[in-house]
Ligand binder design. Sequence first.
Ligand code: PEP
Length: 251
Amino acid sequence: MRQPIIAANWKMHKLNSEAVAFAESFLPLVQDSDAAEIVLAPPFTALSSLGSALAGSSVQLAAQNVYPEESGAFTAEISPPMLVDLGCRYTLVGHSERRALFGEQDDFIARKALALLEVGIRPIVCVGETLEEREAGRIEDVVGGQLQGSLASIPAGTTSEIVIAYEPVWAIGTGKTATPEMAQEVHGFIRKELSTRFGEGSEEIRIQYGGSVKPENIADLMDQPDIDGALVGGASLDPVSFAKVARLQRS
Ligand code: PEP
């Protein structure tokens, strides 16, 4: 049985004071809920203050990115041990904005995922097709290729430690959500690919859906057999709205 996982991707939003204020409003709204494991990914600058504000709660801290080296001359980059030091349990890798705006490729994403696992941080590996690729009938080709490339170095036996986020690029920040059936179709394909790659262990891997998830659609998405949670951008910035999503509440 896979525990649902709901993660907030705050992207480049929230100052320290705003992150702490979010935690103060949010924690009372979810403290009696065990519907899902809850993860917050603030910008690097708010990891420390948000981590302190979350102390003693079951809400987990995540980073949005990492550089796959332990230390060294990599100006402005953040290493896996630095994220451990801040209390991160998860880290996003390969978000479509990193792929599209910063040219990140699967082999680099694979290095990040492995470097995180080596220090005990769980990577949330993001994949997803553009509208153009969907319309050209290339979903399996694109998502299958991203999975193969991004998971290339993941050792067998670590399947309970990795999370996949399927985020169709055309649904991110656009208000357009894939229908639960459209999402399930791709999640089913991802599950099959994972099974080829990892065998039985693939059943442990949680697959999140991402793309304009909000209180109005979370319950229907979660009804699908291969949707194990959500990666949430816009609707995660407001504590009330994100608490409804995290409680998997139908509204
Ligand atoms: C995201 O950034 O990962 C995301 C899914 O954003 P949104 O929920 O705003 O579409």
